[in-house]
Design a protein around this ligand. Structure first.
Ligand SMILES: NC(=O)c1ccc[n+]([C@@H]2O[C@H](COP(=O)([O-])OP(=O)(O)OC[C@H]3O[C@@H](n4cnc5c(N)ncnc54)[C@H](OP(=O)(O)O)[C@@H]3O)[C@@H](O)[C@H]2O)c1
Length: 242
């Protein structure tokens, strides 16, 4: 029996890359998916193609009321939320002296506040039921910082800290898994506005592994028996040093 069969799983940032691969993988294993992101055409296409019933809701994770509406969509359609994957993220890298304050703000809003709004939207429901599972997508940048990534890494360290605090506070009821991907093929580097910084990511892009590798990690974490918590998973290309 597949342990994710019939689990209701909300995935943010499901319109591309890692989120899309997570939705595809979990649906193939019998989960009921609720997809959130801003690009409706992509969500609609994915929801219609998934092998198991799925719902979607256009969601900007920086907007608390839209994340609350995503949770309501899950409850209206399926009656419960078993797991919530906080995956949506942006990575507009730059050096701090470039003073890209709008990009800093967006990175914090999506990567930190978006995760908090996801926890806000589902935690009460999970505690009432006595069980639930958050999977938060951090990064190897949440374990080690690097030039041009000070703000991005700061947000990914925050995801780690928030997840670990949540895990300790809710132990025995809600499980929390933090995943730290290394280089993964996706659209993430498309959002880098500084040409030389984007070019500096070429080596990273060259060794990237497919997003299905991260989806396998999510499937593994969600598929454990109720008394087993997979709390941290680092999944990186074998060739990646940092
Ligand atoms: N790729 C890597 O190498 C790598 C490594 C470590 C960690 N990660 C993390 O993995 C996660 C997924 O990234 P990815 O690599 O799959 O990149 P991606 O292909 O660019 O996907 C990012 C997803 O986030 C969504 N998103 C962005 N801003 C949003 C917002 N305001 N509200 C709702 N959704 C939003 C995008 O959807 P819309 O644009 O349709 O809203 C998209 O579905 C991120 O948290 C990223 O930091 C990636």
């Amino acid at each position: 029996m597949d342990r994710v069969q019939d689990k209701v799983v909300v995935v943010t940032g499901a319109s591309s890359g890692i989120g899309r691969a997570i939705a595809q993988k979990l649906s193939e294993h019998g989960a009921l998916l609720v997809l959130g992101a801003r690009r409706e055409d992509r969500l609609q296409e994915l929801a219609s193609r998934l092998p198991n019933p799925a719902e979607y809701r256009v969601t900007d994770v920086t907007r608390r009321e839209q994340v609350e509406a995503l949770a309501r969509a899950a409850l209206d359609r399926f009656g419960r939320i078993d797991a919530w994957v906080n995956n949506a993220g942006v990575m507009p890298l730059s050096r701090m002296e470039m003073d890209k304050v709008d990009e800093w703000e967006r990175t914090v809003d999506v990567n930190i506040k978006g995760v908090l709004w996801g926890i806000h939207a589902a935690l009460g429901h999970m505690l009432t039921r006595g069980h639930g599972h958050f999977v938060n997508i951090s990064s190897v940048g949440g374990l080690k910082t690097m030039p041009t990534a000070a703000v991005y890494c700061g947000t990914k360290y925050a995801v780690r800290a928030i997840g670990e605090g949540l895990r300790m506070e809710t132990a025995g009821k809600v499980r929390v898994t933090t995943i730290y991907p290394g280089a993964v093929t996706s659209e993430l580097t498309h959002g880098i506005s500084v040409p030389e910084v984007r070019r500096s990511m070429d080596a990273f892009v060259d060794i990237a592994i497919p997003p299905e590798a991260i989806a396998d990690g999510v499937l593994y974490a969600l598929g454990q028996p109720a008394d087993v918590a997979v709390t941290d998973l680092v999944i990186r290309p074998a060739r990646q040093e940092f």
